[in-house]
Design a binder for this molecule. Structure first.
Ligand code: TRP
Ligand code: ZN
Length: 910
């Protein structure tokens, strides 16, 4: 058993309010590694000095799973003691003069299955230091506000590890005795320990030389395993585009001669922004038309951008402490979202990206904010920081930055960023510092006049609700709109102060024309879309010169991360769906109509549903179907936009709207609606499929990808309709398309149409897919995920998932593979997971426990699959509670998993 889990002394929470500046500074670090998978030797020579601003105290260095063999101060032996995991030095030189501290340790990379610290993946050494992995490499002040200059010597067997990389510039390299060699790297920039990285192994690189706008030359490299070089072109293009974008949009240039990306197939998350040496999950680097889908291509562009943008927002200016994590993550997600939008080009492609981002926010972050793990964008306490790399920190954090952008305007935001770098470059700062810089650069803005209340977005958890009621007065030809906000209690925060909520809005006539907006007191009508700022609990807006009762279009572009409650009639929603000039709200009107239909039929439990039987119940009304048909046939709309509009809200999103959730009923009603949509629009789907075929070479651009997305949706609808009508023409066509497909998007689309409709042709197609791609790990992940995520037929998925875990290609130790089977089932397939016999939950608890012994970070993410157990109807609720309890009673849990299950059990009634 691991020592850190001894006696399970309940790990204590770290409080934001306890922050103290470090008592010591580390100015320089010279590291020397003798790399050996079984036992790597690390010599760490630091130059330290006392922080004159802090009362003198002992030096406490963090360490974890290290073997310590020597400690020298200024070259001489010294006394030290251990306090838990910390190395404590009490007899250090007096005074302010710097001194040398040398620490010699060893660690065991091969045994490191947590993938934090130094580990081996397929014979190559990698490091992952964020958030607290550096302490698993050497003793250190492992906190982001200690920034040092690093030089690194790597020594290793030359045949086994021909490539030796670390941060910064290569200053020396050469051969050593006994077939070994060395490389010396010096990083010209100071950095916190979490940005340290090394990589050593048999790798090859795609290289690109570029010249920045400022005229400086740079070398870009993308390192992969030898067979994968052909799949690096898109990543390299994405990197070049990211560099150009940050220069053009924010004036931020690359500050390194060399910028490297290295891909590994064993990685806990997506990618990591180590200074000058980004380490990526292969999933976000490798792509070829034959192996990667359009979604993969888009994700690679966005993750490459994200990590690159961290070079300024995260690395040049970093976080003072981990409570400020959203300072770098929220801002960098905002930047990568804007990058993807600017790359997509057209206004409608931008709207598509916005809708996709909002969908993630609402299906993942809103539930988090309403559940036991709810926390503010700047949390107040945590037990295990790894549990706080959440959709709240990332996605909601990005929304907070986006609202600032809205309140100060695009140019004002650019000024704010400029001031932020002038003030804080090279420092470790806080979320407050960021907001202050944006505000100070825009003294007359809506943000600056309300900065303190605005900052509640950082402090208060929970999703605010905005309730809107409108009233038209024909006599005065005026329309009043009352906006009221509220926010439910979250753990530890019973009462909330009002938020500052930018609401972009417009008014439409009943026949869909945009009205120029004239507020009471204004002389003339203004623009048709305007932003008002809601900062009180309730505010009333009065519009004048309105000829008839209008339809309000509120929260355009999703201008704030809130739930909007408004009592639309079906006719209002049909007007918005057909005519709103705001593409986001047009989509939203469609989603509201579909959601309304789902909720009504879920509530009506006397009405039995049969997923496979004949249609006795027409859930979707004829006007709604006609409106959707009109969208599908509209020549003015992009295919990708149509695909989003015609996709039903997810089961997770529907479930969030309900007080009490019967997951089987949610699944059944949604499937029934899907089948009805498939049948009612059959000829339209056929048209859509045929009209959106592309021949010619594969291009991952937004327009081509949109056409493939829509034809893919059409094909799955046609297979679904065929399943109901018993005809086999479309399954046959799907199989043919699967075989002939010229790219992975079309191939995967056809395969999933067959698997999704449960047709007999799915089995041979899956077998053929496996045979084609058995040597492509990322494609095998898709093969596993598709099966574990398939619609359930009489409970077939769970036995299948267990069988997949016995497959020779399955490995629990590889996070991507574990996610493709276990997470695809437990977290992404509610209809199959929430079995009434509780077997899905038992399976889940076993896997959490099993994974925890291997990789606590990944286990703790899986442990969150039942966060919303309180909302479940019986018998699921009791069964889920028991399954969580089964995990919680274990005495050998990691802090990661313990924190998650403890919070889940502590959550009170819904
Ligand atoms: N900072 C990284 C990013 O957002 C993510 C990250 C944090 C990470 N901790 C990690 C990646 C641990 C891998 C492992 O880009
Ligand atoms: Zn990030």
């Amino acid at each position: 058993m691991l020592p850190m889990r001894d006696g399970q002394a309940a790990a204590t929470a770290i409080q934001r309010g306890d922050y103290r500046a470090p008592a010591w500074w580390i100015d320089t670090v010279d590291l020397a590694f003798d790399l050996d998978p079984a036992k790597t030797r690390v010599l760490n020579k630091m130059r330290l000095r006392r922080n004159p601003d802090v009362a003198p105290q002992a030096l406490r260095l963090d360490g974890e799973e290290l073997n310590l063999s020597r400690v020298l101060v200024n070259g001489a032996g010294t006394s030290f003691k251990m306090d838990g995991d910390q190395l404590v030095l009490e007899n250090l030189p007096e005074g302010d003069a710097p001194f040398d501290l040398e620490i010699f340790t060893t660690c065991a990379p091969l045994k490191n299955t947590q993938l934090s610290g130094l580990y081996v993946s397929q014979g190559t050494f990698f490091t992952q230091c964020e958030a607290q992995g550096f302490r698993r490499i050497t003793y250190f002040l492992d906190r982001p506000d200690v920034m040092a200059s690093y030089s690194v010597v790597l020594r290793a067997d030359k045949a086994l590890y021909p490539v030796l990389l670390s941060n910064g510039n290569l200053v020396d390299h050469g051969d050593l005795d006994a077939g070994r060699h060395f490389a010396k790297w010096v990083d010209p920039h100071k950095k916190p320990s979490y940005l340290f990285a090394l990589v050593a192994g048999k790798l090859v690189a795609r290289e690109q030389r570029i010249t920045s706008r400022a005229g400086n030359p740079h070398l870009l490299q993308v390192y992969v395993r030898p067979g994968d070089l052909g799949k690096t072109e898109h990543a390299m293009h994405s990197l070049m585009a990211s560099i150009a974008w940050d220069e053009a949009r924010f004036g931020l240039t690359l500050d390194l001669e060399r910028f490297m990306i290295v891909a590994t197939s064993d990685f806990n998350m997506g990618a990591m922004e180590n200074k000058g040496l980004n380490v990526f999950n292969t999933k976000y680097v490798l792509a070829s038309p034959a192996t990667a889908t359009d979604v993969d291509y888009a994700n690679i562009e966005s993750v490459v951008g994200h990590e690159y943008f961290h070079n300024w927002t995260g690395n040049r200016i970093t976080c003072r402490d981990w409570f400020q994590l959203s300072l770098k993550e929220g801002l960098t997600v905002f930047r990568d979202q804007e990058f993807s939008m600017d790359m997509a080009g057209s206004a409608s492609a931008r709207a598509v990206k916005r809708i996709e981002d909002v969908r993630v926010l609402r299906t993942a972050q809103f539930p988090e904010d309403a559940g036991p793990m709810a926390h503010p964008v700047r949390p107040d306490h945590y037990v295990e920081i790894n549990n706080f790399y959440t959709v709240t920190i990332y996605e909601k954090g990005a929304e907070v930055v986006r609202m600032m952008h809205t309140l100060v305007g695009r140019d004002g935001f650019a000024l704010g960023m400029k001031l932020y770098f002038e003030r804080h470059d090279g420092h470790a700062v806080t979320c407050d510092d960021f907001a202050q810089a944006i505000a100070d650069a825009n003294p007359d803005s809506e943000l600056t006049s309300r900065l303190e209340p605005f900052k509640r977005w950082y402090a208060q958890a929970g999703t605010p609700r905005v309730h809107a009621t409108g009233h038209y007065d024909a006599v005065t030809r005026s329309y009043t709109l009352t906006l009221t906000q509220s926010c439910a209690a979250t753990p530890g925060q019973p009462v909330k102060e009002p938020f500052v909520i930018p609401v972009e809005l417009g008014l439409l006539t009943q026949d869909g024309h945009a009205l120029p907006l004239q507020f009471d007191g204004e002389d003339t009508p203004g623009a048709t879309s305007r932003t008002v700022v809601l900062s009180e609990s309730s505010q009333t807006l009065r519009f004048v010169n309105v000829d008839s009762a209008p339809v309000p279009s509120l929260l355009r572009g999703f201008s704030a991360p809130v739930v909007l409650d408004i009592d639309y009639s079906d006719a209002d929603l049909l007007t918005l769906l057909a005519h709103d000039s705001d593409a986001f709200n047009r989509w939203e009107a469609g989603q509201r109509l579909l959601l309304r239909c789902a909720i009504k039929n879920i509530a009506n439990t006397t009405d039995p549903i049969s997923v496979t039987g004949a249609f006795e119940h027409k859930f979707l009304s004829e006007p709604v179907l006609q409106a959707l048909r009109n969208v599908l046939r509209d020549p003015a709309l992009d295919a990708s936009y149509k695909e989003l509009l015609l996709t039903l809200p997810s089961e997770t999103y529907i479930a969030e709207q309900l007080e009490v959730v019967n997951p089987q009923r949610v699944h059944g009603v949604r499937e029934h609606m899907r089948a009805q949509l498939a049948l009612a629009l059959q000829t339209d789907w056929q048209w859509a499929f045929e009209q959106h075929q592309d021949s010619g070479s594969y291009q991952p651009d937004a327009i081509s990808a949109g056409r493939r997305a829509l034809s893919g949706l059409a094909l799955s609808m046609l297979c679904l309709a065929a399943q109901r009508s018993g005809d086999s023409v479309w399954p046959g066509k799907a199989l043919q398309r699967f075989k002939d497909a010229g790219n992975m998007t079309d191939r995967m689309g056809a395969l999933s149409a067959l698997v999704g409709s449960g047709h007999d042709l799915a089995a041979p197609a899956l077998a053929r897919f496996y045979a084609l791609f058995k040597d492509e790990p990322l494609v095998l992940d898709k093969w596993f995920a598709l099966q574990a995520g398939a619609p359930d037929r009489n409970g077939h998925v769970l036995p299948l998932v267990k069988q997949l875990m016995q497959h020779p290609d399955f490995s629990l130790k590889n996070p991507n593979r574990a996610r493709s089977v276990i997470f695809s089932y437990c977290s992404a397939n509610p209809g199959a997971f929430h079995r009434s016999d509780a077997a899905g939950y038992v399976f889940w608890s076993d896997r959490v426990i099993e994974l925890d012994a291997i990789n606590p970070q990944v286990a703790a993410r899986l442990a969150r699959a039942l966060d919303r157990w309180q909302k479940l109807a019986e018998p699921w609720r009791t069964a889920a509670h028991e399954a969580i309890g089964r995990i919680a009673t274990r005495s050998d849990l990691s802090n990661d998993v313990r924190e998650v299950v403890t919070r889940a059990l502590a959550s009170s009634a819904p």
